[in-house]
Design a protein around this ligand. Structure first.
Ligand code: MN
Length: 721
């Protein structure tokens, strides 16, 4: 193995083994790490990185980073193997045979994540990517390996083009550093941030670095003196301890400067960390320090009694130290220090070393997952309890949605049960409309194939191909359905316009009104105005598809004498038991519910006598009634009828989040059935149009009440078209 030991960065297998052996006692486990190294070395031989070095140094460095956060032997082994499945000639089966299920699964997880293209400037997507990483990593260790992988790539970023450098730095800052923070791995988080800043704002980075350098001697002296004072104080009271001077990261200073503070004002540049043996000693040390150095009001924080969601524990205080300098002081135990620096991985390793039998390895337990979800709580701005949040993320990420990929690695989020057609439409409507076939994970599948999580989907298209009406039964997303329907509506539109025109002309002939008298520019404008449209074509369309009665168009200009003579109201004389509407004085009449205002059982309603097409029932506040003028008739609901009514509501959202899921959950609470949901306005805020079937006004109002209870709902409206 001697030939393998030479390295450009002076990393050798022995270095990894040495660091791992500091906290891993089991010789068998160390042997597996060695085996993983040898396997990866063979598989990567002949491969080089952009930086010019042999490829193996990348996974070796990843392994070194993993030992620095006290990862277990499976994680380190998977770290050494992490690029083998993707870049080398090695099958999943071969790896499983050599290293077993667990390590192979970890490598598969990292490989899956590496297929995702995380570059984005969209803030919504950033959160979404974080959730995807969490959702796709069935085991937290996958994320830890991914973080180590990314950290080493950031360290060797100089080998890439400037454009790539900026893109990678953005991803590191937006996605990976926050994930490291949520996992509590301060060490990785802080280095990722500093490296990102160096590539994103080199002038700022070097400026801060230089200023820190200039003041370093002076600061070192003051910190040293203060350290001595505290050591004496604690020794007097027999508290064994260790004190570390602590340097702030360049990025954290940049952050404060960015918030308008002056370099000289950042008082917590002077920082100390006191590490003691027990929790009790933390408080004792704090009391002693406060008795000698006056604390700055309101700066004391007790994260020992109340740990942060990422399990961080420490006492924080700021005191007036020697020579009047302000010192930010952290007090914690050794164990708390490990967790703070290296995250929950360290927590397990630490306990392990102490021989505590109750703690498990970092395995894929529900508890671990739950803990992790809790740690990403502040990804969400909602005022939910942590439990609610955990459930909602789990629902959103794990239960109801699947994530599929384009061959290029872009993520497409779909509901469970979605098909390649949904996928195609999600990419672009044009892609959807010209779909002719699909290839999933290199296999040809039928268009009604049910997609699974992590499928890689290639859509075959043909420009001259068009959607088929059968697709409506194959797709899962209501948005896809709407798009397919819209395609056919558009196609049918011209037909309806023809039909509408013919219908108006026919009626004019019947009423002996000359076309020239009717189709004047002035008349058409007046008609447009009264139907609130801008183009007379929309009138034709409305008549053609049955939404506007032919006569009501003509009546705008030429009042119908016959109709004016029609009875206004008539007393109820009989009941038509079969119909859902009882019309005063008229038995067995054809009754339609207007589809402009969608009346439901319980609404206040009024009937409109159409010519030759029975009675159309509107809600009393429907604005279309104004135009229909005098041809109304009293109607009432038949209380004996038990059916569902079609209704449509608009839900106005007051933020930019996607609430589709929330809305569906809300609706399912009330037993209302949904026919379709679509987003009709995507700007800053969204509006969802929801088509429903309800038993009546009572149920509908209950639903509106439930919806209104959500803090993200601005208002709910029933539509009147
Ligand atoms: Mn890698």
């Amino acid at each position: 193995m001697s030939s393998l030991s030479k390295t450009i960065e002076n990393i050798k297998l022995e270095n990894i083994i040495e660091k791992a052996s500091l906290y891993i006692d089991d010789k068998e486990q160390i042997k597996i790490i060695e085996k993983a190294y040898n396997f990866a070395y063979k598989k990567h031989s002949g491969q080089y990185r952009k930086s010019g070095e042999e490829y193996i140094y990348h996974p070796m460095n990843v392994a070194i980073i993993l030992t620095s956060v006290y990862a277990d032997y499976e994680t380190i082994s998977a770290g050494l193997l992490h690029d083998v499945l993707e870049d080398c000639d090695c099958t999943d089966e071969e790896m499983e045979e050599e290293f077993g299920k667990t390590i192979t699964k970890l490598v598969q997880g990292v490989t899956k994540l590496s297929k995702i293209n995380f570059s984005t400037e969209n803030e919504y997507l950033i959160d979404y990517y974080k959730k995807i990483i969490v959702g796709m990593s069935e085991d937290v260790r996958v994320i830890i390996i991914k973080l180590a992988d990314r950290l080493h790539n950031m360290r060797t970023l100089w080998a890439l083009s400037e454009e790539k450098q900026k893109q990678k730095a953005h991803e590191a800052l937006d996605i990976f550093a926050p994930l490291a923070h949520h996992l509590g791995i301060h060490r990785i988080k802080s280095e990722l941030e500093d490296l990102s800043l160096r590539y994103l704002k080199p002038d700022v980075f070097y400026d801060i670095a230089e200023k820190l350098n200039k003041t370093k001697l002076e600061r070192d002296r003051i910190v040293y003196d203060m350290q001595e004072e505290i050591t004496n104080l604690l020794n007097e009271h027999h508290i064994p301890h260790e004190i570390k001077g602590r340097s702030k990261s360049i990025y954290s200073i940049y952050n404060k400067l960015d918030k308008g503070k002056k370099f000289s004002d950042i008082y917590d540049l002077l920082a100390l960390r006191i590490i003691v043996n027990t929790e009790q000693e933390c408080y004792l040390a704090l009391g002693l320090i406060h008795s000698k150095f006056r604390p700055l009001p309101k700066r004391f924080k007790d994260y020992v009694a109340m740990p942060k969601p990422n399990m961080y524990q420490s006492l924080h205080t700021t005191v007036f130290g020697i020579e009047g300098y302000l010192f930010e002081v952290q007090i914690r135990t050794y164990e708390m220090d490990e967790v703070a620096e290296n995250g929950i991985a360290a927590h397990w390793a630490y306990k392990e070393n102490k021989g505590s039998k109750s703690s498990a390895n970092l395995t894929n337990t529900t508890e671990q997952k739950l803990q992790f979800f809790k740690s990403i709580i502040d990804l969400s701005h909602d005022k939910m309890s942590s439990e609610e949040f955990v459930n909602s993320v789990k629902d959103e990420v794990l239960n109801n949605n699947i994530y599929c990929f384009t061959p290029k690695g872009d993520v497409i989020e779909l509901p469970k049960g979605a098909t390649p057609i949904d996928f195609a439409y999600k990419i672009h409507t044009k892609v959807g409309e010209s779909t002719i076939g699909a290839i999933v994970n290199n296999n040809i599948v039928p268009l009604d194939y049910e997609l699974k999580n992590n499928d890689i989907v290639k859509i075959n298209t043909n420009k001259s191909s068009t959607p088929s009406k059968e697709w409506l039964n194959m797709v899962k997303c209501s948005a896809t359905k709407n798009k397919i329907r819209a395609f056919f509506t558009k196609n049918d539109k011209e037909l309806y316009i023809e039909k509408g025109k013919y219908s108006i002309e026919k009626e004019l002939r019947k009423r002996k009104i000359p076309f020239n008298d009717f189709f004047t520019e002035e008349n058409m404008e007046q008609i447009n105005k009264s139907f609130k449209v801008t183009d007379f074509e929309d009138i034709y369309l409305g008549v053609g598809n049955g939404k506007i009665p032919t006569n009501s168009v003509i009546n705008v200009i030429f009042k119908d004498k016959e109709a004016e003579a029609a009875p206004k109201t008539v007393k109820v004389t009989s009941k038509n038991i079969d119909a859902d509407i009882i019309v005063s004085g008229i038995d067995k009449v054809k009754v339609n519910l207007a589809n402009c205002c969608n009346p439901v059982y319980g609404d206040e309603i009024v009937g409109y006598i159409t010519k030759g097409n029975g009675i159309t029932v509107h809600r009393i506040n429907c604005h279309n009634l104004e135009m229909l003028e005098d041809r109304t008739i009293d109607v009432s609901w038949n209380t004996n009828i038990n059916k569902r009514y079609s209704s449509c509501i608009l839900v106005y959202i007051n933020d930019s989040e996607n609430h589709m899921l929330d809305l569906i959950q809300n609706i399912s609470l009330t037993n209302v059935s949904v026919d379709g949901i679509k987003v009709i306005n995507r700007g800053d805020k969204s509006v969802y149009e929801i088509n429903l079937y309800v038993t009546g006004l009572e149920q509908l109002n209950k639903l509106i009440l439930v919806l209104n209870k959500n803090s993200f709902v601005e208002k709910v409206e029933r539509t009147i078209r």
